[in-house]
Design a protein around this ligand. Structure first.
Ligand SMILES: Nc1ncnc2c1ncn2[C@@H]1O[C@H](COP(=O)(O)OP(=O)(O)OP(=O)(O)O)[C@@H](O)[C@H]1O
Length: 331
């Protein structure tokens, strides 16, 4: 008998027309989005609805309308089964100050159903993984913000979930602490195969960490796509040319010729120390040909013509004021 092979795209989270209305505000507004395995960023300004979505996905808060499934389980009826398989790092400080990280994480592991010996072993492994060593025996009250974030992360991981929700894990961290946390988040997926949904109000910081980014604003979906698609919507070409006797300012001559051919040159000499660099938006292969022809016709030398990858935050700056205002940017 012929064997039929089907390719199934695994959906980790699926929402369909999901809404959450509070008396004075609509926190989620008919949100339909699918999230696959890997590391996914959920980005939106403060109040966009990120935490509300996470609480619904954990089965902790009922949706007003619509449906959602997590790991194939219905959030409305299978919340307990979802929480067995999903770890949650809440946004706000929620740690008891008087106990040590070890005591707290063992307690959380026991609450998740692990027997005492396994809970202790998993706690030691997880705290080591998040980078807490001798300090793990000291009371949490004396910890830095970075150490507290690591304890919150450890308790989300200790029961070996298939998926973790991390709500603003970089909040309150300095730039070095932020980078460390983002690297740690990436390793949760690469080292253990756990899928991650991580929220942030900073679009820029997620591009290095996430495979996929979902952007929401006012509870509505603005965009959901792979990080690469985000950063390659448009390609900027950096073009550098020589001068000649005939054209002592080669850069200017090329700029004028390109403008005459209908190619907008975004900035002239915008890169540090590169007075001869032109930046222009490439629209397919033909832009390359036009630049090459223009430079040759002017009798100039082409020093370089290279693609410059966009950062996510730049893409948003270019795609309209509404999005720009909706999403915070790295400073
Ligand atoms: N229990 C609640 N009662 C009333 N309004 C709420 C409640 N929880 C959230 N909201 C409102 O819903 C909107 C979305 O809040 P939510 O906390 O989900 O946003 P967020 O994107 O996580 O932002 P932040 O990072 O600031 O928490 C906000 O306007 C908020 O004030």
């Amino acid at each position: 008998m012929a064997r039929v092979t089907t390719f199934v795209t695994v959906t980790v989270i699926a929402t369909e027309s999901l809404s959450k209305r509070f008396p004075r505000v609509t926190a989620l507004d008919r949100l339909s989005v699918d999230v696959g395995p890997g590391v996914t960023g959920l980005v939106g300004a403060n109040g966009a609805g990120k935490s509300t979505l996470i609480k619904i996905l954990l089965g902790l808060s009922p949706a007003t309308e619509g449906q959602a499934r997590v790991l194939g389980l219905d959030v409305a009826t299978e919340g307990a089964a979802i929480r067995e398989r999903v770890g949650y790092m809440p946004e706000h400080d929620c740690l008891p100050p008087d106990v040590s990280a070890t005591e707290f994480v063992v307690h959380m592991a026991r609450m998740s159903g692990l027997p005492p010996a396994a809970a202790r072993e998993r706690t030691a492994d997880t705290l080591r993984h998040v980078g807490l060593y001798e300090e793990r025996y000291r009371p949490i009250g004396g910890y830095s913000t970075g150490m507290k974030q690591r304890v919150k992360l450890a308790q989300a991981l200790v029961h070996d979930p298939q998926l973790v929700f991390l709500d603003e894990p970089t909040n309150g961290l300095d730039p070095v602490g932020r980078d460390d946390m983002l690297a740690l988040i990436r390793r949760i997926h690469t080292d253990f195969g756990i899928s991650v949904l991580v929220t942030s109000h900073l679009l820029g910081e997620l591009e290095r960490t996430c495979d996929h980014v979902v952007v929401i604003d006012g509870g509505k979906l603005l965009r959901s796509s792979s990080t690469t698609d985000f950063t390659q919507i448009t390609t900027t070409l950096a073009v550098e040319v020589t001068d000649s006797d005939e054209h002592p300012d080669g850069t200017r001559a090329v700029r004028e010729a390109l403008t005459a051919r209908g190619i907008a040159v975004e900035h002239g000499g915008g890169l540090p120390g590169a007075g001869h660099v032109l930046l222009l938006t490439a629209r397919g292969e033909e832009t390359y040909d036009v630049v090459r022809d223009v430079v040759t016709d002017l009798g100039l030398g082409l020093v370089r013509m290279e693609q410059r990858r966009h950062h996510i935050s730049e893409v948003f700056q270019e795609t309209g004021d509404q999005r720009k205002e909706a999403v915070g940017h790295d400073s």
